[in-house]
Design a protein around this ligand. Structure first.
Ligand SMILES: CC(C)(COP(=O)(O)OP(=O)(O)OC[C@H]1O[C@@H](n2cnc3c(N)ncnc32)[C@H](O)[C@@H]1OP(=O)(O)O)[C@@H](O)C(=O)NCCC(=O)NCCS
Length: 310
């Protein structure tokens, strides 16, 4: 990392922490990981300064999505922020135009983002389509430990261990019907190494690979299921209930939260009440090519690990 890159990360971290306070922004190591260490490349970032003070920032990070026709370069939209006092000056609109035209020139074919109420209006102007709101479910574990499961905290050098290597092979090989985020071993290793935030745990059986993290609601611990990937060539959707039970056991939590949807793994819970959701989690899509029709784009699966939650 150059000194200039580090300075940019420091300034953008300060702005993000001022407007969207979060433990990830305690120092610049999260943005260094997010922007400089992604195995798919640095992506596209744009910022605005007023009198030497950073007042707006926006970024697109590379992701690969695959369909039955093969993989394509996508981006994920994140870290849209304008400083209080510098909002409603058109900065977000301007940064979107700049950053998206750079992505299009670099051959990116589509983008995905998860907006809140304020940024939803902003991206509508760019012609994004809202795919829908991510459903959030509360799932109860079974009282007995599921058979054939093992769990590991993602700490120390777990992602460099032979165990992780063995577990992560082939997770990206399953057939897809429409579009799904591509979880190669290299990309998964990077994503699980996110600093300053969630401590992930990995759970695996012969059929499933799951990632969770611990959270709490009003003092009650909950296991948050952030990714479910099928191992091997399972026919039809696999039940995710044992993964929920194993994650709850591991985190000593009486219940789990699962957000999103998965065509290959079924999860049956009860919808979380609206008042418990921190934000509406609008899932948005923007195509940059005639090859992918915006109104016909369908995701097979989308979960918390596919976005920048945790
Ligand atoms: C969401 C956010 C990034 C928008 O940034 P912004 O720089 O204020 O956005 P813009 O100025 O481009 O547009 C905001 C509004 O100002 C309006 N506007 C832009 N220029 C204007 C001008 N010169 N005069 C009057 N209104 C103007 C826009 O039309 C838009 O109106 P709308 O909200 O009714 O659609 C900003 O509100 C923010 O940082 N919020 C907190 C962090 C956050 O929620 N981020 C999103 C996470 S998903």
């Amino acid at each position: 990392m150059t000194d200039a890159q580090r300075q940019e990360n420091v300034r953008n971290t300060e702005l993000l922490n001022a407007e969207l306070p979060d433990e990830r922004f305690v120092d610049e190591s999260y943005l260094h990981w997010l922007y400089d260490e992604n195995p798919l490349g640095p992506g596209f970032q744009e910022s605005v300064d007023e009198d030497g003070v950073r007042v707006a920032h926006y970024a697109l990070i590379p992701q690969v999505y695959r369909s039955p026709d093969g993989p394509e370069p996508f981006i994920f939209s994140l870290n849209a922020v304008s400083r209080s006092g510098a909002q409603r000056k058109g900065y977000f609109g301007m940064l979107q135009l700049r950053v998206w035209s750079r992505a299009r020139d670099a051959g990116v074919v589509a983008g995905i983002g998860v907006t809140n109420a304020r940024s939803h209006r902003g991206v509508e102007i760019m012609g994004w389509r809202m795919v829908g709101q991510m459903p959030v479910q509360i799932v109860l574990p079974s009282p007995v430990r599921p058979k054939g499961w093992q769990s590991w905290p993602v700490q120390d050098n777990f992602v460099d261990s032979p165990t992780f290597k063995e577990l992560s092979v082939g997770l990206d090989d399953g057939p897809v019907e429409h579009w799904t985020h591509s979880w190669t071993p290299e990309y998964l290793r990077w994503r699980l190494a996110s600093p300053n935030g969630a401590r992930f745990a990995v759970h695996a059986s012969d059929e499933l690979f799951a990632v969770s993290t611990a959270s709490a609601f009003r003092g009650v611990p909950v296991a948050v299921i952030v990714k479910l990937l099928v191992r091997g060539a399972a026919a039809g959707p696999v039940s995710g209930h044992a993964a929920v039970s194993e994650a709850c056991r591991f985190h000593r939590a009486p219940a789990a939260v699962y957000a999103g949807f998965n065509k290959f793994v079924s999860i049956k819970g009860v919808p979380a009440p609206e008042r418990l959701k921190p934000a509406p989690l609008n899932l948005e899509f923007c195509s940059l090519t005639d090859r992918i029709r915006q109104d016909e784009f369908i995701l097979d699966t989308f979960e918390f690990l596919d976005m920048d939650a945790y």
